[in-house]
Design a protein around this ligand. Sequence first.
Ligand code: HAM
Length: 420
Amino acid sequence: MKIQSIRGVKDILPEEIWKWQWVESIAHKIFSRYGFNEIRVPIFEDTRLFSRSIGETTDIVEKEMYTFQDRGGDSITLRPEGTASVVRAYIEHKMYAPPSVSKMFYIGPMFRYERPQAGRLRQFYQIGVEAMGSPSPAVDVEVMTMLIEFFRELGLKDSQLQINSLGNQNCRPKYREILKSAIEKHLDKLCKNCINRYERNPLRVLDCKAEQCKEIAQNLPKMIDHLDEASEQHFAEVRALLDVAKTPYTINTNLVRGLDYYNMTAFEVTSENLGAQNAICGGGRYDTLVEELSGPSTPCFGFALGLERLVSLVPFKEESNTNPDIFIVCLGDTAKIPGFQAAHELRLAGFQVERDYEMASMKSQMRKANKSNCRFTLIIGENEISSGKYILKNMAEGDQHEINSKSLSTEMTKQVNTNN
Ligand code: HAM
């Protein structure tokens, strides 16, 4: 029986992993400039952590979680996102103790039982960022600017930053009621999904993708017209600081996000080159979540981006690939040990070395060397062993000369330096 991978998951193969590693290394570089350190949290948690933080009436909690009972009878969920776990860790390890902002990022797989399609997987990777401990709009803008700087460093073009304000605990409940009564007038024209959820989560009607709902949503009351003074002030400062940082953005009054923990600033970065699933990244402020999970009052701001979507957009340069420096061709039984030794010595000296293990014909080994895109081929046969001089072929130039087998790594270093 041939067993295949599960629907909606993807292998990342060795020939493409360099792209992921490069993107991740740029994330490390840019994020560290802003004081963010990596945190690694488990990929499964107590189910209640996610249902409480993401929200009982969200699509994620209602329909998309991978939840199971472990052998001890506890309800466990594979994380559908990272924020809840980081907040749990923040409280558990009392990271609020020093009076400063905790800045963390994470990279890893998330799990959602969604309908798989281009750009939408059941296991997908996120890079997420959380800044915990300050209500300042400067944090919102620093984090969004850091993200844009990260995208710029990756060479990403045609991405749009969209922002909105979702207000706070003071003004959102009032707006929710205003919105609900406005939606009621159009109930007969809305999609089935919106009819079902308008009572429990009316804000989601605003960003429904169904054509008939989109049109109605355009004319529904906007949150930004119902902000209280504090929320309005916060949003104004965010916009002013984005202007100072020369970070272009548009205000999308229908942007609400699919997770319940947000307040004040919410944002997404989209790309027209992604197709239907056009969000590369989403995030915002979540000032009450730490307290809701029994921690001290801690205003926070963060985002997560979809790595599959991001990697598909980055214009990679082919040179970033890692081809071997040297391919060793060993001819005949007598070359077995010297070939092994040469590979060992050159790897210890820092070279990337590939070789043939089958000891096949010269022609077949040279074909493999060519295919590997190596810079040099080192040929070791009976004659070379008895003379103590191996043959080194420069694959780009086509020329070849002898190098002393006793001082292989020093001679090889010279060769690489003169050919650079
Ligand atoms: P989210 O909007 O649910 O936010 O996910 C963030 C990003 O993950 C999306 O913009 C998308 O690129 C990617 N993504 C989501 N679902 C899938 C999927 N099924 N397949 C492929 N990619 C997907 C969050 O997860 C929040 N925790 C973000 C956050 C952090 N807010 C504050 N801090």
